[in-house]
Design a protein around this ligand. Structure first.
Ligand code: ASP
Length: 336
């Protein structure tokens, strides 16, 4: 029996059309797709239905509440379909893929995000290929996790990042092997896939202001940290530090600002600016200072996964101490 797939179209370049201001998302993706698919091709595809968000978004406008909307729609239709494709803008696709991986844990069906660099309406595009392959993957393979499929690569969602602004090979997971690759053949690395587990949909009410991110740079003054944390709404800080997790410890005011934030319950998560490798908070004195002030070492989390995980845990009603504990362990393959 043919598997049934739900395509959730949220916006993004894949369904955009030119306007005087540049590309904008437009409704009617289903008709456009049907025009592009020849009847012969569609016979080989799994059965699919398409659902459009009422308000399509350029994903540069994404806010954490959109994660809730997307996850809610997937939950609502979970029983009726065998797999799910989320069409999403590429700009923040890795954030949404990460967030969905925390919200939809222990999956027994694939959730594959894809999009394109050139819209489907254009003569030369990567949209049709990305969508057709995502459909074949969702319809014919057991992939029990949230992934991104893009330009021949199947990537774990919470390990992915957008590396190229214009290349078709826009996405990669530089710190984790690909889950699969698609060339003449479709090759999946089954040993890397998550095991289906106890399905848990956890859809907390996100507060967009709860998490802030700060990339360190040479000479950063303490007042930048203070300004960023100057709101009782801020409950978490992602610190993007150097190398294996080092900060300028010679800047006592900066370390003091971080320590004070930590003391008043702000959860500080330390990740590296490097694309590969992991945080080892204590290899250098410039890193071990963070161990003394309660900063959590972010292992090999991507910035997108760190941001989504901290948001998810803070929205889940945990105490700062519980959030710190959960951050230190992998929940769904996001860190090793
Ligand atoms: N700005 C677009 C978006 O993220 C870019 C894309 O889809 O490639 O929605």
């Amino acid at each position: 029996m043919k598997r049934r797939i739900l395509i959730l179209y949220t916006g993004g370049t894949i369904g955009m059309q030119p306007s005087e201001q540049g590309y904008v998302p437009v409704t009617g993706f289903h008709e456009l797709l049907q025009q592009q698919l020849h009847s012969k091709t569609s016979q080989q595809l799994p059965e699919f239905e398409l659902l459009e968000l009422d308000q399509l978004i350029d994903s540069a406008n994404l806010v954490p509440q959109h994660w809730l909307q997307i996850a809610g729609l997937l939950q609502q239709h979970w029983q009726q379909y065998d797999g799910f494709i989320v069409l999403h803008g590429t700009d923040t696709m890795a954030y949404t893929a990460s967030a969905l991986s925390f919200m939809l844990q222990g999956l027994d069906k694939p959730v594959i995000l894809t999009g394109s660099q050139i819209p489907l309406v254009e003569l030369r595009n990567d949209a049709l290929d990305n969508l057709i392959t995502a459909l074949l993957l969702a319809g014919n393979y057991q992939i029990p996790e949230v992934c991104i499929y893009f330009n021949g690569r199947l990537l774990r969602g919470n390990r992915s990042t957008k590396l190229k602004s214009t290349g078709f090979d826009a996405f990669d997971s530089p710190n984790f092997p690909w889950l699969g690759q698609v060339g003449i053949h479709i090759e999946l690395h089954g040993n890397l896939l998550l095991e289906p587990g106890l399905r848990q949909f956890l859809l907390p009410a996100f507060d967009a202001e709860a998490v802030v991110m700060l990339q360190l740079y040479p000479g950063i003054p303490a007042r930048v940290v203070d300004a960023l944390l100057d709101s009782p709404k801020v409950k978490g800080l992602i610190l993007q530090s150097y190398g294996v997790g080092n900060v300028p410890d010679a800047n006592e005011a900066l370390v003091d600002s971080l320590a004070k934030a930590s003391d008043r319950g702000v959860v500080v998560l330390n990740i590296t600016q490097c694309l590969q490798g992991r945080v080892s908070q204590g290899a250098y004195a410039t890193g071990s200072v963070l161990n003394r002030i309660g900063v959590v070492a972010g292992q090999d989390l991507t910035p997108e996964a760190a941001f989504a995980k901290l948001h998810f845990l803070l929205a889940s009603g945990l105490t700062p101490e519980q959030v710190r504990e959960q951050l230190a362990q992998p929940l769904c393959g996001e860190s090793s």
